[in-house]
Design a protein around this ligand. Structure first.
Ligand SMILES: O=C(O)C1=C[C@@H](OP(=O)(O)O)[C@@H](O)[C@H](O)C1
Ligand SMILES: C=C(OP(=O)(O)O)C(=O)O
Length: 438
């Protein structure tokens, strides 16, 4: 967790003078867009992706697939509405080079795809990507028949020597550091000769909704998937070998990126509507309806979307966030402004996210006068009056949006490198200003 010396630009976080009242159109989900791109690239026929997220993580995914000869063309969807990507699968070609940036989805989902290519695929990325766990994917692919050269640390950089096919079969992995290991193997598994059976061994698996998202999207492409939920063995997922269908998919708004806007309604006692909020979804951000309601607001899902209304009070919360870890920075920011203490649990794996999020949140909130302590698996947050100052982001998009939430309630907060929100929400400063009527 180091302050990035190249990003010293400071963004004065807008302070809300009253209750916000806004409708905010939130761009598409990162997790859905990057899964859809991978599945479309592996399909047996072309597909459409409507309203894809265009952000650093998804553009890196698209560039990587293009480098392996997948066609991804700009267009309008088949019914003529909305902008779309048409994905034209190909034979997956190597040699190629993939820049993963600091995208967990790119660094984990693509090595299994590369193993199906017909030549070497070199993976590299931001310095932080070298520190993020990848051993589950590397070890599993080797066990399933792929050849990979790395420097022995079980991390980036590495080269996957694609051989045109992967034998597949049964594999055991410890995915307690990232659910993305499981998703990665399942997403490509239908294209392995024997399919894949992934057995998680180790302590608890985080981010289960993201694994459900993988399974749902695979099934929508015609894959046969067995899961623990469907009466299977605990911690075992199986994907049968077979061709994947090309789909016409419209990407849902990113509900985790809706978080700062809903938080704005909560902490200012205002009202924010997010159109196109899905009635049923596997996105973890849907849990905000329950979590932010417990923290003092109320919400209603109508044809207009999800409307979240703050009550004027913000309460602390004791909550296990293991299923929805990516919501932690935004919840911590709200908790620092509450009328009672909070305990956030079940998120030790956040130490290996974009930055060590537990350390970063503790340091930055405390430097504004807060009282946050790290626990073994989360944070204790005792609200105190906060003051202005610089909120560092450590190249972490969710640190930037967490700082913006605090800045709404605390005058004089300056966010260092707000541009890091480009990882998943390049328009954040404009959307935030628009919400405030600026
Ligand atoms: O599969 C996905 O799209 C994601 C899974 C989660 O990863 P971890 O299980 O590594 O936390 C989540 O935090 C990340 O933002 C997106
Ligand atoms: C953990 C996150 O991202 P990644 O996909 O890089 O793991 C996140 O977006 O909060």
């Amino acid at each position: 967790m180091t302050v990035n010396p190249t990003h010293t630009a400071l963004w004065p976080a807008p302070h809300a003078s009253g209750a916000v009242a806004a409708t905010v159109h939130v761009p598409g989900s990162k997790s859905v867009t990057n899964r859809a791109l991978v599945l479309a690239a592996l399909a047996a026929e072309p597909g459409w992706l409507r309203r894809p997220l265009r952000s650093r993580d998804t553009l890196l995914m698209a560039a990587a697939l293009r480098a392996m000869d997948v066609g991804i063309e700009e267009g309008v969807g088949p019914d003529g509405s909305g902008e779309a990507w048409r994905v034209i699968p190909s034979g997956l070609r190597g040699p190629a080079t993939v820049d993963v940036g600091n995208a967990g989805t790119v660094m984990r989902f693509l090595p299994p795809v590369a193993a199906l290519a017909d030549g070497p695929i070199r993976f590299d990325g931001d310095p932080r990507s070298y520190e993020r766990p990848l051993h589950g994917v590397i070890d599993a692919l080797r066990a399933l028949g792929a050849r990979i050269d790395d420097d022995g640390r079980g991390a980036l950089p590495l080269t996957v020597h694609g051989a045109g096919a992967v034998e597949g079969g049964q594999v055991e992995i410890d995915a307690s550091s990232s659910s993305q290991f499981v998703s990665a193997l399942l997403l490509s598994g239908a294209r392995f000769n024997q399919g894949v059976e992934v057995r998680h061994v180790g302590s608890a698996l985080p981010s289960m909704p993201h694994i459900r998202m993988t399974v749902d999207m695979l099934r929508a492409c015609g894959a046969q998937v067995d899961t623990p939920e469907a009466g299977g063995e605990p911690n075992v997922w199986r994907v049968a070998p077979g061709a994947l269908l090309g789909r016409d998919l419209t990407v849902e708004p990113d509900l985790s990126n809706a978080q700062p806007f809903l938080a704005a309604a909560l902490i200012t006692g205002g009202r924010v509507t997010v159109p196109d909020w899905p009635a049923r979804t596997t996105q973890p951000g849907d849990a905000l309806r329950r979590i932010f309601t417990e923290m003092g607001g109320s919400c209603e899902l109508t044809e207009q979307g999800l409307t979240f209304t703050g009550s004027g009070s913000v309460h602390g919360i004791d909550v296990d966030l293991s299923e929805v870890g990516e919501l932690t920075p935004g919840i911590a920011a709200v908790a620092a402004l509450a009328d009672s203490p909070s305990t956030l649990r079940g998120v030790a794996h956040l130490r290996l996210h974009e930055t060590d999020r537990l350390a970063a949140l503790t340091k930055e909130i405390n430097e504004l006068g807060g009282d946050v302590t790290e626990t073994a698996d989360g944070l204790h947050i005792r609200p105190r009056p906060l003051h202005g100052g610089v909120f560092h982001t450590y190249d972490d998009h969710r640190m930037a949006t967490a700082g913006a939430i605090i800045g709404l309630a605390v005058p004089g907060v300056q966010i260092e490198n707000v541009a890091t929100t480009a990882k998943t929400l390049p328009d954040f400063p404009e959307l935030w200003a628009g919400m405030l009527g600026n």
